[in-house]
Design a protein around this ligand. Structure first.
Ligand code: WT7
Length: 635
């Protein structure tokens, strides 16, 4: 039996037990048998959650791109690595083989080297979902530069903050991106961001839309001519196991985004192993994850996980609704997709449309369906199961986080059972714990608590870029000797996990992780605003939407309320991005606060959710009378 590919329930239990009893032996075996190393490690694992310090495979030397590309050249050079499906269905799809991808990554790596980028330098990638995005990511990894991909829906200020936080000296972008039938001026956003970023020396520009843009002399360079001139081969830089591979920003409960740092070896091993098993990928399968590479899902399960397994991974530039609501299913039929991985918010949006959109297509190629990013509600689960999977494709509800690098709790299709709304069982090597508020682990079944992980897994984040103290505070200080996820969970009678949602100030909107603090900071910058509080409330399609309670300064009283709402949302869109816009804005005379001045969000959440009947004890509030005033004008 190979522990790399788990094929039945008995194997799952057997391998899981081994991974918990002898984690080092277990992971060493996986690492040894399924990857290529220049030099082996001295020690499999060293860890201390107090510091915290986590090291996997220390002493090992290798390069992740040799594992994604070079090792497959003898056997799979003509196999499609990336299957690019453009925004416009009339434009032909592009099949990039393993050898072509190898060459394009090498050329890009040589362009970066020529531009002075060295091992350890940070490169910011701000691109739409086009092949150059994956190629840039891999080119950085090839030369040991740390990639920091910023989702191309983020605004110029959000981009600038991320560039400055990690001191990126180079940005890779494009002249524009397609969004349905619109063109977004990405380069203009970069130009604006760079007014605040003095450290950026070079901007490489991919020509994608033909949009007219400004090129700044000496700083901006069209990429294609440089690629054409570059050598088609590039030796991979030999990396240490714990060298950083990438930084990816995620929201936190203060205004500043957290640059989660992932390191090379552990991330590689875990991304590859989870991909193989959770999608039951078999040679020849066509795999499609609809996420954007700007999120962790795209890093681990569009680029690294699939390529590390020599798979064919679909990269989709478009959106589910353009030119019409059948686009996903059209692509599934066209490319005979076998594994399809998407977000509950997309499923809910498509479930609202006519069934014809799905029924028109032959979806019999599908073997595995997946969801990620937020809890999936029962109704959406059944719609997905009945209409897309026709009751024949198991749905893997995969729970994980930017911080975890890979999937942590999920069914394994055809191996372990699935249950609607449950992420079910911990993946191999993952040791979850539910905690009570006193800091004790809650044992047994049919219990709920705060979800922690009590033993390191290879792909866990190692630090927050430039702020190790915040890393410790946020994740390792809340419960002793445990990684705290920020989520609540329930463990049912048979030991299956169901994620119940965030227990902190993070709100998941359409699967995007948004911190309340940066949104409030942005609202408060409006000259008419004195103070604000943002909470989530249930939304049919987005899962959650944002509700803002805003106190105006006196000068704001006489102003047009509708206009103010527009201005506030415009400001949020400019400073963070359109995904952070508020669904509802209620102007209030005050906010419920504790005696220590902390806003009681619990109360605001109930009011926003139209569930203000039972607010519990509000006597500890500094200003209990304000609650009635707010309730009276709820939107
Ligand atoms: C948060 C992490 C993991 C990639 C995308 C999101 C929520 C994620 C599930 C799921 C219920 C989920 C959690 C988590 N979440 N997957 N299957 N069921 N909730 O990554 O932006 O770092 O967000 O997303 O609340 O903590 P992220």
């Amino acid at each position: 039996m190979s522990n790399y590919h788990i094929k039945n329930l008995e194997e799952y239990f057997q391998v899981y037990r081994k991974s918990v009893r002898e984690p080092e032996n277990f992971w060493e075996e996986i690492a040894e048998e399924h990857f290529v190393w220049r030099e082996k490690w001295n020690k499999v694992l060293e860890w201390d959650f107090k510091k915290p310090e986590i090291k996997w495979f220390e002493g090992a030397k290798f390069n992740i791109t040799e594992n994604c590309l070079d090792r497959f050249l003898p056997m799979r050079k003509d196999k499609t690595a990336i299957l690019f499906e453009p925004n416009d269905p009339e434009v032909e799809a592009e099949h990039i083989t393993y050898s072509q991808l190898h060459e394009r990554v090498c050329r890009m790596a040589n362009v970066l080297i020529e531009g002075g980028i060295e091992k350890g330098d940070r490169v910011c990638i701000y691109l739409p979902m086009i092949p150059e995005l994956a190629i840039s990511v891999l080119a950085c990894a090839r030369i040991g530069a740390i990639h920091s991909v910023v989702f191309a829906g983020f605004s110029s200020s959000a981009l600038a903050a991320r560039i400055n936080d990690c001191d990126a000296q180079c940005v890779i972008t494009s002249d524009g991106s397609f969004r349905g039938d619109k063109v977004i001026d990405l380069k203009g956003i970069v130009d604006q961001a760079l007014q605040e970023c003095t450290g950026v020396k070079t901007v490489y520009v991919v020509e994608r839309t033909g949009n007219k843009i400004e090129m700044e002399n000496g700083r901006d360079k069209w990429l294609q001519p440089l690629l054409d001139e570059a050598y088609a081969d590039c030796d991979a830089v030999v990396m240490d196991a714990e060298d950083p591979l990438f930084i990816l920003y995620t929201s936190g409960s203060t205004g500043k985004p957290k640059g989660m740092v992932h390191s090379c070896a552990g991330y590689m091993v875990y991304a590859a192993y989870t991909f193989k098993n959770i999608f039951q990928y078999k040679e020849g399968d066509i795999y499609w994850c609809t996420a954007d590479i700007g999120w962790i899902t795209g890093h681990s399960y569009i680029v690294y996980g699939p390529l590390l397994n020599g798979a064919t991974t679909v990269m989709f530039e478009g959106v589910p609704s353009y030119p019409d609501y059948d686009r996903f299913w059209q692509v599934v039929e066209k490319h005979k997709v076998n594994q399809f991985y998407t977000a509950p918010t997309a499923i809910r949006a498509l479930a609202k449309e006519k069934l014809e959109y799905v029924e028109k297509y032959d979806l019999t190629s599908l073997k595995v369906l997946g969801t990620v990013g937020e809890p999936i509600n029962e109704e959406a689960w059944h719609w997905y199961n009945n209409n897309v999977g026709k009751g024949k494709s198991p749905i893997v509800d995969t729970w994980w986080q930017t911080e975890t690098g890979g999937i942590m709790i999920s069914p394994i299709p055809y191996v372990t059972p699935t249950t609607p709304t449950y992420a079910t069982l911990p993946f191999i090597g993952v040791q979850p714990a539910l905690m009570d508020d006193e800091g004790n682990e809650i044992k047994g079944n049919q219990v709920s608590g705060k979800l922690c992980i009590k033993f390191p897994w290879p792909s866990m984040a190692r630090t927050i870029w430039g702020d190790h103290e915040r890393f410790r505070n946020t994740y390792f200080d809340v419960f002793e000797n445990k990684y705290f996820t920020g989520d609540g969970a329930l463990r049912d009678g048979v030991g299956y996990y169901r994620i119940t949602g965030r227990v902190d100030d993070v709100i998941i909107v359409s699967g995007h992780n948004l911190g309340t603090a940066p949104i409030e900071d942005s609202i408060n910058e409006h000259p008419a605003v004195a103070e604000s509080a943002v909470v989530g409330f249930p939304h049919e399609i987005k899962g959650n939407a944002l509700y803002g309670f805003v106190i105006l300064k006196e000068t704001g009283e006489s102003r047009d309320r509708e206009n103010l709402r527009k201005e506030i949302n415009l400001q949020i869109a400019e400073q963070i991005g359109p995904i952070a816009k508020l669904q509802k804005i209620q102007f209030v005379p005050g906010l419920p606060k504790t005696r220590s001045g902390k806003i009681m969000r619990r109360i605001l959440r109930k009011i926003a959710s139209n569930d203000a009947e039972n607010l519990g004890d509000i006597s500890t509030l500094l200003n209990p009378e304000i609650v009635e005033d707010i309730k009276a004008e709820v939107l």
